[in-house]
Design a protein around this ligand. Structure first.
Ligand code: PBG
Ligand code: ZN
Length: 326
């Protein structure tokens, strides 16, 4: 009790710190755009709703990975924007598809120095923009029919050299289906990072511009979770672990720190959190207007995600943070 206990005694020394951000914890998302292929210097195109973020050609993405590796970032999450979309998302499992080519290039160039994670979903590849197959008559998302395609995508991504596949479509049974498809094809060491508790959030809006993945009709509320639910998130995580997820993810991060903390407390698997596009763009926009200081808010936000219990943070700020930590 006061006056023998004085909390400010140590605070004055700034010696005891419980949480530290480190560059190894950061995963940088990257968008590869097939329409930028062969454009040389024009192989990078800025994303309007996400300041300082770009879509890349495969040539340009290799350069981007090189510059991130230089800063100490070692993991990358790849999203593909194909030239052609169709109802079943065939380009997602094309062995010469945009993501497959990008993975081959990056792994060919950097080998084990770059950990390549591939987002595994249909939404960027389908004309309707949903994360699963759609029944044309009823508009219903066909869960079980989607699983087979997810398995095919996983195998083609693993064949191209992906270290980790990251299913993001919130289909029931997706992790088990992908694990089985990978094992059957001999990819026992390809890991799965599951978007286990992915909420139906308004914070994905800038990403949908970046990845051209907005649903053309309806929304994702029949497969992504309602933001009001926490216990349901724990069930989702538990199921994905049982199905064989090596890493589970909570997404978004900042409005969902309670979920991160609960998952951390209850489960012992590695936990990732996705600091999504809306979280990124809010901070950028407010600091462009002079309301907030970008660097400070960014470090506070990411440290909070780590403090809540995340081992890994997927963030568009990865390079900015790495520069500060250096
Ligand atoms: C789609 C997907 C989304 C994000 C990653 N994968 C958007 C969505 O569900 O609409 C969001 C990432 C971000 O906002 O940064 N499967
Ligand atoms: Zn999707």
């Amino acid at each position: 009790m006061f006056p023998s206990v004085r909390m400010r005694r140590l605070r004055r020394l700034n010696l005891v710190r419980e949480t530290r951000l480190s560059v190894e914890d950061l995963i940088l998302p990257l968008f590869v755009d097939e329409t930028l292929e062969g454009k040389g210097e024009q192989g990078r195109k800025s994303i309007g709703a996400m300041p300082s973020q770009f879509r890349f050609s495969t040539d340009a993405v290799v350069e981007e990975v090189a510059s991130a590796l230089e800063l100490g970032i070692k993991s990358f999450l790849l999203f593909g924007i194909p030239r052609r979309k169709d109802a079943v998302g065939s380009e997602a499992f094309n062995p010469k598809g945009i993501v497959q080519r990008a993975v081959e290039r990056i792994k060919g160039e950097f080998g084990g120095d770059a950990i390549v994670i591939t987002d595994l979903c249909l939404c960027e590849y389908t004309t309707h923009g949903h994360c699963g197959l759609v029944d044309e008559e009823t508009g219903e998302i066909l869960n079980d029919e989607t699983l087979e395609i997810l398995g095919k995508i996983a195998v083609s991504q693993a064949e191209s050299g992906a270290d980790i596949v990251a299913p993001s479509g919130m289909m029931d049974g997706m992790v088990a289906a992908i694990r089985k498809a990978l094992d059957d094809a001999g990819f026992k060491n390809t890991a799965i990072m599951s978007y286990a508790a992915k909420f139906h959030s308004s914070l994905y809006a800038p990403f949908r511009e970046a990845a051209e993945s907005a649903p053309k009709m309806g929304d994702r509320s029949t497969y992504q979770m309602h933001f009001a639910n926490a216990r349901e998130a724990l069930r989702e995580v538990e199921l994905d672990i049982k199905e064989g997820a090596d890493i589970v993810m909570v997404k978004p991060a900042l409005f969902y720190l309670d979920i991160i903390a609960k998952v951390r407390e209850r489960f012992d698997v590695p936990l990732a959190a996705y600091n999504v596009s809306g979280e990124y763009s809010m901070i950028c926009a407010a600091s462009e207007r002079g309301f907030l200081e970008k660097e400070k808010v960014m470090i506070e936000a990411l440290t909070a995600i780590k403090r809540a219990g995340a081992d890994l943070i997927i963030t568009y700020f990865a390079k900015d943070v790495a520069k500060i930590l250096k």
